[in-house]
Design a protein around this ligand. Structure first.
Ligand SMILES: C[S@@+](CC[C@H](N)C(=O)[O-])C[C@H]1O[C@@H](n2cnc3c(N)ncnc32)[C@H](O)[C@@H]1O
Length: 261
């Protein structure tokens, strides 16, 4: 794997407050790299950027191949005057990482009120769409329907916080969505936190990509059934998680990647 990507995943990622950790970052790397190697066209997009942890990961991994659209309310972190500081912190993080935000591709507002054209007219069809915005049923239903209208035929939709008991409506929303579109869509991979979905015709391709990805070899894989398709479940063995956390917390971030070799 590209050294700069590895350094980003095991050192830079944790400097940004947010919610993607190395196992899913490695899955993002495997999928985006495979799409890029095969010159599969399309933009990247995320609903629910927060301070940009996965946005900057996608920016690092896509190597300027594709525009990245960031969608968020950006209404968090009010200062004493009641002004939200979230957007400024997002921009500052980009500068600090040397991955400046392309502000022409930022939508500040409620994703539930966006039309597919608001996305397609800016960045065109999307090959990798991360959904991590509002976590209630109506948000998930709306964001999933929006993403479906915007993805390329080979596009992937990634849902965050699935199977998380703190956010049960995300799981319900994703299951509803998959069942509603069972003839055309399916899940191909799940991790502890995320569910990866594509068009049925691309399922074998992405399952094989995950199977063959060298950077995922430290994760345990098993095949499970999920709503009519056989999918890969990736699991981080406890020993590796503990080793990673010990190294990271003792300031050995640069060595923490060894836990995933
Ligand atoms: C869990 S955080 C996202 C974490 C982020 N993906 C990361 O990598 O760290 C959820 C984000 O969704 C945003 N959000 C919540 N509801 C939204 C909505 N209806 N439209 C757009 N963004 C929304 C919040 O402002 C917040 O920044």
């Amino acid at each position: 794997m590209d050294k700069a990507d590895r350094k980003f995943i095991f050192q830079s990622l944790s400097t940004i407050e947010g919610y993607i950790d190395p196992p899913d970052a490695l899955v993002f790397q495997a999928l985006l790299h495979c799409q890029q190697q095969r010159q599969m066209a399309g933009a990247l997009a995320e609903i629910g950027v927060f301070y940009g942890r996965s946005y900057f990961l996608m920016k690092q991994l896509s190597k300027g191949h594709s525009p990245i659209l960031a969608i968020d309310l950006f209404d968090l972190d009010e200062d004493r005057a009641g002004e939200p500081q979230q957007y400024q912190r997002f921009l500052d993080n980009g500068r600090q990482l040397g991955l400046p935000v392309d502000e022409t591709n930022v939508i500040r507002g409620d994703s539930c009120s966006l039309t597919p054209d608001a996305i397609l007219s800016r960045v065109g069809p999307v090959r990798f769409f991360s959904i991590d915005g509002g976590h209630h049923l109506h948000h998930v239903a709306s964001d999933a329907a929006l993403a479906l209208e915007c993805i390329a035929p080979h596009g992937i939709i990634v849902f965050d916080d699935t199977f998380n008991i703190a956010w049960p409506e995300v799981t319900v929303g994703v299951a509803d969505f998959l069942r509603q579109h069972a003839d055309t869509l399916c899940c191909f991979c799940v991790t502890k936190y995320k569910t990866y979905v594509c068009h049925r015709s691309w399922r074998d391709f992405y399952v094989e990509t995950i199977r063959q990805a060298k950077q995922l070899s430290a994760l345990e894989r098993s095949e499970i059934e999920f709503l009519g398709s056989s999918i890969i479940k990736l699991h981080t063995p406890l020993g590796r998680r503990v080793m990673f956390e010990i190294m990271r917390r003792s300031g050995l971030g640069s060595l923490s990647g060894r836990a995933f070799r």
